[in-house]
Design a protein around this ligand. Structure first.
Ligand code: HSE
Length: 427
């Protein structure tokens, strides 16, 4: 076999993802050499503690010093698998300033430091690649930056967090409470011991910041992303929503109308017929609408060592063959948001509202009046008896402004009607 071009990699971190990348590159080494003419060599791997490192990666590769990776002139591409913001972002910046291309799946470090990382990459002509940062193996970054580059995307809507999709799917299937399903998922290793980043929507918000920046060609800082997690969702919300024809998902939604952007992460009801409604368990999927491409759905594994390694290694091969020609998304990666863009906070949506109400004359009419006075039209309604002469009333509105719905609910007399849940509905 021909010798091929030697490409030396340095790993920052060698846990689950780093191990997955090590195994893919070992397994596929000869095939990649034959197909692509690249002799990929793993030169060094930074670990926290050599005695505690995984044993399936040769000990000779391991180091506890970041400089053994960052300052080794023979290393061409640095692969960051540390996670978290610091020191990952500083290490990536240093590698880029040394002219080494960087491949990362670290959505947090990227979303919070994108401008300075891209600036470092621009300074030396190194590449910054992050296909695995959103949706795991789903090739959404390259689809948006290459395949759809000529189009005008006005909507990205994704299930980009597998943990929460697993929890919501199990709650829907078993009628179990959020707390019970979370505990079960933690026992099975499907949810982190500290699940905050996933269940409070932070992970999805980092991903939406990246996704919407690329889709809309303008930097969308994390602080512009509205975020709400799934911790307040009940099995009743899911069950009553299903009776009304909806499926609940934690969605990352980016919409563009002219120079106005809406970027929000929150639990969302979708019609049961929507392509994202059928994406269950820990799967991820991203729905895109563009002026010319129209509707497009990409689905796949959003996490896991093998799928993530597949996306990362695609970036590694790209970095190895495109030095000095990195994937600059066609937007000005400035520090904040572009001045011409405004972020909508009082957005228009449909709403599912679950009310706990006294089952007595006039209660429903008072609810209808509070909505009517604020120009909110009700599209469907479901009432179910509950205990002690009370009822559960579920309403789905036509399109209404967020603040109008909040005002209507605040105007209800809490002695007879209390809002239990307000969940946005998309179509
Ligand atoms: N914690 C993420 C999830 C995986 O549950 O989808 C990595 O982004």
């Amino acid at each position: 076999m021909d010798q091929g071009k030697i490409v030396r990699l340095g790993f920052l971190g060698c846990g689950n993802i780093g191990g997955g990348v090590y195994h893919l590159l070992t397994d596929m080494h000869d095939e990649i050499l034959r197909r692509d003419g690249l002799d990929i060599q793993i030169a060094r791997a930074l670990v926290k503690s050599i005695p505690e490192a995984r044993t399936d990666v040769p000990a000779a590769l391991l180091t506890e010093s970041a400089d053994d990776v960052l300052c080794d002139p023979s290393i061409d591409v640095v692969c960051e698998f540390m996670g978290g913001e610091h020191p990952a972002a500083d290490f990536m910046e240093k590698a880029l300033l040394c002219g080494k291309s960087v491949v990362t799946a670290n959505k947090m470090a990227l979303a919070l430091n994108w401008h300075r990382l891209q600036t470092a990459a621009d300074r030396t002509g190194a590449g910054l690649y992050y296909e695995a940062s959103v949706g795991g193996v789903i090739p959404i970054i390259r689809s948006l930056t290459v395949s759809l580059e000529a189009d005008e995307v006005d909507l990205v809507m994704g299930i980009v967090n597998g943990t929460t999709n697993y929890i919501l799917t199990k709650m829907a299937q078993d009628g179990s409470s959020y707390g019970n399903v979370l505990r079960e998922a933690q026992k099975l290793g499907l949810a982190e011991p500290d699940p905050t980043a996933d269940v409070e929507g932070y992970d999805a918000a980092y991903k939406l910041s990246i996704l919407s920046s690329i889709a809309f060609h303008t930097h969308v800082p994390l602080k512009s992303v509205y975020r709400e997690g799934i911790t307040a969702i009940t099995a009743d919300d899911i069950a009553y929503g299903r009776e009304m024809g909806y499926t609940l998902k934690l969605l990352a939604i980016g919409k563009k109308k002219g120079n106005e952007l809406e970027v929000r992460v929150h639990p969302t009801f979708l019609p049961a017929s929507h392509p994202l409604s059928r994406v269950d368990g820990s799967l991820n999927a991203i729905f895109v609408h563009g002026k010319y491409c129209q509707d497009l759905t990409l689905q796949g594994r959003g996490a896991g060592d093998k799928p993530t390694a597949s996306a990362i290694c695609g970036d590694i091969l790209y970095a190895a063959t495109h030095k000095g020609c990195h994937t600059v998304p066609s937007f000005r990666n400035i520090e904040g948001a572009s001045p011409e863009i405004s972020f909508v906070e009082n957005w228009q949506s449909r709403y599912f509202v679950r009310l706990d109400a006294a089952d007595t004359p006039g209660v429903l009419s008072a609810v209808a009046q509070a909505f009517a006075e604020r120009q909110i039209s009700i599209s469907s309604i479901l009432q179910r008896p509950s205990e002690d002469g009370r009822a559960q009333i579920m309403l789905v509105t036509h399109e209404a402004k967020e603040k109008s719905v909040q005002a209507a609910l605040a105007a209800l007399d809490p002695a007879s009607v209390k809002a239990q849940s307000v969940i946005r509905v998309e179509s």
